[in-house]
Design a binder for this molecule. Sequence first.
Ligand SMILES: [Zn+2]
Length: 266
Amino acid sequence: MDAKAKILEETRIMLADLSSVDDHTRAWFMKRRAKSARTPDRRHAPRLGLLLDFLFCATLAPLITLAEGVEDSFRWRWESNNSYSARSCYEGMFGARVDMAGALQIWKSHAPPNCRVFMWLAARNRCWTADRLSRRGLPHPASCPFCDQEDETLDHLLMGCVLAREVWAVFLRLWGKLHWMPQPDSTLVHWLQDKKGGPGGNMDLWTAMVLVCWILWRHRNDVVFEGMAPSRAVVIRKISEEAELWRAARLFRGTLVPVEKWRCRE
Ligand SMILES: [Zn+2]
């Protein structure tokens, strides 16, 4: 029997008598559905999906006891009064969510989307630094392009490198957060996750932190790919210039030192 004939026959069987759907038939449909999902020919896939849904309902049907003379009613299990609410629906959708370290600081910042995506990849160590390139046997810098002293890792580049720490020192002092100074062995995600600026002061700080990391990464790429000399002064100037553009785009809300003053700290 070819596949089409079997589907039609099984459909007739199910419509005629739900009890005839046995485990063997169910397994056949599951196998067929998996196969159709892998192959370009998906003509049967929607129908098979429908049949599988039907089989699922057929499995549940014997477990339901109907009471004669009692009207059906809808119940919403996520509320104690069994009534639907958008709030409980939202909580139900995200109930099993796992908060990732640093996610709040990155995604609640007002940095442009490409910078936030970069920061997220950096926090997950998904950028193409030397350690990652070497693991895949690809050409990579022999050592940190900034200091030439340590292996290049993302945490070293953005946190522990002497150039990065000098840049952080300038801006953290400016923002009154010098006690946040990253250490040589700091990791980005752990450093980031407890950084809060107090009531009303978070957004600008988080935006500014993304900006510093973004410019450090851009400078790293200029050094590696354009042959530019690593320079603390260049990084600070670029951060200041970019900060003014971000302020003009209203990405800063004015809770930090005005960005016009960032330039004089070079
Ligand atoms: Zn370095």
